[in-house]
Design a protein around this ligand. Structure first.
Ligand SMILES: [Zn+2]
Length: 139
């Protein structure tokens, strides 16, 4: 039985109680100019306003660019992580984020709609440490 799912690092994405629900990215929106950011920031990088509010971003986006690395993922003991993809994904809210990709290189092309999901990295003391990554949208 899987233990409690916890993010590998706090403050970057949600871990929904319902495993069928996609995670969201924890971002900021500038109350002065409306610009969105990921990760969260206190001061707007566009207008230097100091009134940013916490917002949830994603879970869907469009693949802008990607690459596949044939080298083990740091901290993982899972065999499938011997190679992994990294994608730059444009979120509908505006930010371009860089995160791991699920699956194989052949599954991706530029412009592909992708959706965030959680991926268990390792289990420790009944806790399952998860990362956020993108996969192709299932139609
Ligand atoms: Zn601003």
């Amino acid at each position: 039985m899987a233990g409690t799912r916890v993010p590998i690092k706090a403050g970057y994405f949600t871990v929904p109680d319902d495993p069928s629900e996609p995670p969201r990215l924890l971002g900021s929106r500038c109350a002065d100019c409306g610009e969105h950011f990921f990760p969260r920031r206190a001061i707007c990088a566009k207008c230097l306003g100091e009134h940013t509010v916490d917002v949830l971003l994603g879970p869907r986006g469009t693949l802008y660019s990607y690459t596949f690395v044939h080298f083990p993922l740091f901290g993982s003991t899972r065999l499938e992580h011997i190679g992994y993809g990294v994608g730059q994904v444009d979120l509908p809210e505006g930010p371009r984020v860089q995160l791991p990709l699920a699956g194989r290189q052949e599954d991706y092309r530029v412009g592909l709609p992708v959706e965030a999901e959680l991926d268990p990295l390792r289990e420790e003391a009944g806790q399952e440490f998860v990362i956020i990554r993108f996969r192709p949208v299932r139609s």
